[in-house]
Write a protein that binds this ligand. Structure first.
Ligand SMILES: Cc1cc2nc3c(=O)[nH]c(=O)nc-3n(C[C@H](O)[C@H](O)[C@H](O)COP(=O)(O)OP(=O)(O)OC[C@H]3O[C@@H](n4cnc5c(N)ncnc54)[C@H](O)[C@@H]3O)c2cc1C
Length: 523
């Protein structure tokens, strides 16, 4: 008999299901799609070609999750490519970010010896700040109006750790958080390509450009999971789907039941307390505890009856911003394209490829989206899952996974995304052609995913890949909204565990792990 219902099988929900089952609950996990994994899936999109349909790199996952769920013993082979990032310049040069900062510094030297000398210090600073922020991300955000004794104690400990950072780092942290990432990288480096490839981490997945305030905070959030400036390129043999399949197996083994093709249409509430869920086919399933791994807007505005929530709370959730800006193109290729400065060298294409050569380029790409237009020269983050795992494509062929920004969910003048998918992919390929001449001639098939598709097919409200903007007003105690940052909700025994809760931000499993801990504590 299940005593807990979890909605969705995103990686956060699977992590929460695992820990709740370990904590003695009997979760029933309900997924509307036919496959588990949410945004972390590997699917065949053309005969013989499989790609990371949506996300192509992990945050990476918290090591404690990998360990507790025995993911590697279950057969998951994580791959940590080195170089992790290749940034391509229009003049034919490339900058390879290695896992060894000294090697990256050597690569930077061809652009600027001043930047090369400063790079190791920048890495060291991110390592120290990342460690401090990492501890904040593990915390359950404290209550603002009535902090408990243990919350106050945690805050005292955080204050001590902050002082332990030393004056210079503490000052940097306070100053950098609200800063535009363009200013931050501009203070450290002079090379356009280096500035832009580091700054990209501050805008990835957001409706912000490098000159937007608070983008340094996004960079620092990323640094908490992986401090190296190029960002994480961690993937797995079999793509991200291999990892979430193993997570589902771990959750099942711990005692959870998982049902796919089970679309929850209503969270049932009786006298202010959750009582179960209703599925699209009308089936009602009772449970005294419901945990939603779905984004906050969908949970509160679609799944809970508005009569069960205070109007003031509904207004606050309506004000929670989910402005999607990401398009995703998966391409089946006859062969590996040759990138300027890198060639078609598989060893150098194992990590991610960055297209966006300067801060101005990235900001212009963002500018278009402010007015509801698709960037004419978009910022691209590319991976070749078939280079890491050749079994994902027919022999000699390849799959290319392209994350593009900016493709605004809301197009100008009420224009619709219908009929614009090819234009989106054509823009991406035209841009790419400048950095990998001849790539278009290698294309056999394209899977085009618009921000509207992200909402309709993958359940991401507004097409937002992080279940809500990573802006300073929507982080920590304010994620999703002030007063409700502890995974709880105004409905008794209804909790949230997805990316729209602290810490949010990508494939780390942090929200699911924190949520399970807090739910078990409260119960
Ligand atoms: C195109 C794209 C690229 C990305 N790239 C990266 C990247 O490179 N690195 C990174 O770290 N992160 C990346 N992300 C972000 C990351 O994938 C997400 O933030 C993360 O997967 C969110 O996980 P989650 O478990 O919180 O929710 P999700 O993965 O969104 O899972 C939610 C689940 O709930 C299900 N669901 C929704 N409604 C219902 C319902 N009514 N009933 C039942 N089930 C329901 C959905 O089908 C889905 O399976 C990317 C995301 C996208 C979309």
């Amino acid at each position: 008999m299940n005593d807990t219902i979890i909605i969705g099988t995103g990686h956060n929900a699977l992590v929460a299901a695992f820990y709740l089952a370990k904590g003695g609950r009997k979760p029933l996990v309900l997924e509307r799609r036919a496959v588990v994994g949410g945004c972390a899936i590997t699917e065949e999109f053309a005969p013989g070609f499989k790609s990371a349909t949506l996300a192509h790199a992990f945050g990476p996952l918290r090591p404690s999750i990998v360990r507790d769920m025995h993911l590697e013993r279950r057969g998951v082979q994580f791959v940590r490519p080195d170089p992790r990032l290749a940034a391509i310049a229009p003049d034919g040069r490339a900058l390879l970010f290695s896992t060894d900062p000294r090697r990256t510094a050597d690569a930077i030297r061809q652009f600027s010896s001043k930047d090369a000398d400063r790079y190791p210090e920048f890495c060291d600073t991110l390592v120290r700040l990342g460690e401090f922020i990492g501890e904040l991300l593990e915390m359950i955000p404290p209550s603002i109006d009535a902090p408990s004794a243990s919350e106050l104690w945690e805050l005292v400990k955080t204050g001590r750790r902050f002082r332990g950072l030393g004056k210079r780092d503490a000052f940097n942290l306070l100053r950098w958080g609200p800063m535009a990432v363009a200013d931050l990288v501009g203070e450290w480096f002079e090379t356009d390509l280096l500035q832009a490839s580091i700054a990209a981490r501050g805008i990835f997945g957001t409706f912000m450009g490098p000159w937007s305030a608070g983008t340094s905070a996004v960079l620092l959030l990323g640094a908490a999971s992986d401090p190296l400036p190029g960002g994480s390129s961690v993937t797995a043999i079999g793509g991200p789907g291999a990892v979430t399949r193993a997570m589902a197996e771990a959750a099942r083994e711990a005692g959870a039941e998982i049902r796919t093709s089970a679309d929850v249409t209503r969270i049932l509430v009786k006298d202010g307390t959750v009582s179960g869920v209703r599925l699209a086919d009308g089936t009602e399933l009772a449970a005294p505890l419901v945990v939603s791994g779905v984004d906050p807007r969908r949970t509160y505005l679609d799944l809970v009856d508005p009569m069960d929530l205070e109007p003031g709370f509904i207004t606050r959730i309506r004000n929670y911003r989910v402005p999607g800006t990401v398009g995703k193109i998966n391409v089946a290729l006859r062969g590996l394209p040759a990138f300027r400065g890198v060639g078609a060298d598989a060893a150098r294409l194992r990590g991610r490829i960055h297209i966006g050569p300067s801060i101005d380029y990235l900001e212009r790409a963002y500018d278009a989206s402010k007015y509801g237009e698709i960037s004419e020269f978009p910022y691209l983050d590319i991976a070749f899952p078939s280079v890491v795992d050749p079994s994902l494509a027919p022999a000699g062929k390849h799959v290319m996974s392209i994350h593009m920004q900016y493709a605004p969910y809301r197009l100008r003048d009420g224009l619709s995304w219908a009929g614009r998918r090819d234009a989106l992919a054509d823009t991406v390929m035209r841009t790419l052609e400048e950095y990998a001449p001849g790539v278009t001639g290698l294309v056999e098939h394209r899977q085009i995913i618009t921000p509207l598709d992200l909402e309709t097919n993958y359940g991401l409200t507004g097409g937002h890949i992080f279940h809500g903007e990573l802006s300073l007003d929507q982080l920590f105690t304010m994620r999703p909204t002030l007063g409700w940052g502890q995974y709880q909700s105004p409905v008794t025994n209804l909790f949230l565990c997805g990316s729209g809760t602290h810490p949010g931000h990508g494939l780390t499993g942090g929200s699911g792990q924190n949520a399970a801990r807090e739910i078990l504590r409260r119960l």
